[in-house]
Design a protein around this ligand. Structure first.
Ligand SMILES: Nc1ncnc2c1ncn2[C@@H]1O[C@H](COP(=O)(O)OP(=O)(O)OP(=O)(O)O)[C@@H](O)[C@H]1O
Ligand SMILES: [Mg+2]
Length: 305
């Protein structure tokens, strides 16, 4: 079942469209990543999907409910962590969560139980009675997440939830997203952190200048660019780069105390390099292969596009 369905969304704030004919489908149980550079149209798309912004054209359905025709019912099915988290600075951490839970119509017992569990999960229990105005950015972001998940929504939208967070807070947020997903939430997350998307998401879309330029599994997107792999090798002895040039090697570059050898066929290159080392009586100190990261694929896709 498709939990998020967007058809031909279009939004323009001026002569250039911010979102241009974007269609997305996210299946139940998926963690879907939405990637793009600054200004690509990620937030604008999320705002249309969550009923904050009315599209110029196109439609979106959340759990089968049309967001424009029945926004209240559609919103009942979603938790949203907006780009600039919205929390009540003059309420305590716990009251923020309880108040949000009340707005979703949860009964008192579930409100209190869920709030307690979430405060612990997000490492905020010891600060639950403090006003949110006294919180750091990372802590506010965690409260924003707590409020979005308190009603165990079937669909969770997160707009760059980890931007600006330290490693520990980031881990907490990612673990919470994974937990919510295991508990049954379908997730759409935008991020700049491509490796994070790669580790978290089963499918990603890349948006560039308002247009979707790719939708696939992170692995498949990465593989499309699998021709520019390299091998890094270090020898005990000093050598000339040209010593390493053989048939399958297109370029050799020094990298600190290593040599980076560019090739289409890492397996063959490693075998050739071992032969070269034997012929020249060189001692290999280290050797490592590398295939392109998703980040490289992303840069190649969006460069000059
Ligand atoms: N309310 C608005 N009024 C005018 N222009 C807007 C508005 N909201 C977004 N835009 C424009 O739409 C384009 C897409 O912006 P959007 O915020 O969707 O990008 P983004 O992908 O979320 O970027 P970032 O990674 O920086 O958050 C940008 O050119 C932006 O200037
Ligand atoms: Mg944004």
């Amino acid at each position: 079942m498709d939990v998020i369905e967007a058809h031909n969304l279009y939004k323009s704030f001026g002569p250039v469209p911010a979102v241009n004919d974007v269609s997305i489908t996210v299946k139940k149980g998926e963690i879907f990543g939405f990637l793009g550079q600054n200004g690509a149209g990620k937030t604008t798309t999320i705002r249309m999907l969550t009923g904050v912004l009315i599209p110029d054209s196109g439609t979106a359905r959340i759990c089968g409910i049309d967001i424009q025709q029945d926004p209240l019912e559609a919103k009942r099915h979603m938790g949203v962590i907006p780009e600039n988290g919205t929390v009540y600075a003059d309420l305590t951490a716990e009251k923020n969560i309880l108040w949000t839970a009340k707005c979703y119509g949860m009964d008192r017992v579930s409100r209190e139980e869920n709030a307690r569990e979430i405060l612990i999960r997000l490492g905020l229990e010891s600060r639950k009675d403090d006003l949110v105005r006294t919180f750091s950015k990372g802590m506010r972001q965690r409260i924003s997440i707590a409020c979005a998940i308190v009603h165990s929504p079937p669909v969770l939208f997160l707009d760059e939830p980890t931007t600006g967070l330290d490693v520990i807070s980031r881990r907490l947020v990612i673990d919470t997203v994974r937990h919510m997903n295991r508990e049954g939430s379908t997730v759409l997350i935008t991020t700049h952190n491509i490796e994070e998307a790669s580790a978290l998401c089963s499918a990603i879309s890349i948006i560039h200048k308002g247009i979707l330029i790719a939708t696939d599994s992170p692995e498949k997107i990465r593989k499309q660019y699998d021709t520019s792999g390299f091998v890094e090798i270090a020898f005990e002895q000093k050598i000339m780069g040209r010593t390493l040039m053989t048939g399958g090697i297109s370029r050799v570059e020094p990298m600190g105390d290593k040599w980076r050898v560019y090739t289409d066929d890492a397996d063959r290159a490693v075998k050739d390099l071992v032969k070269i080392a034997e012929q020249n009586h060189l001692k290999i100190v280290s050797v490592a292969t590398s295939t392109p990261s998703l980040e490289q694929a992303f840069i190649e896709m969006t460069e000059g596009a």
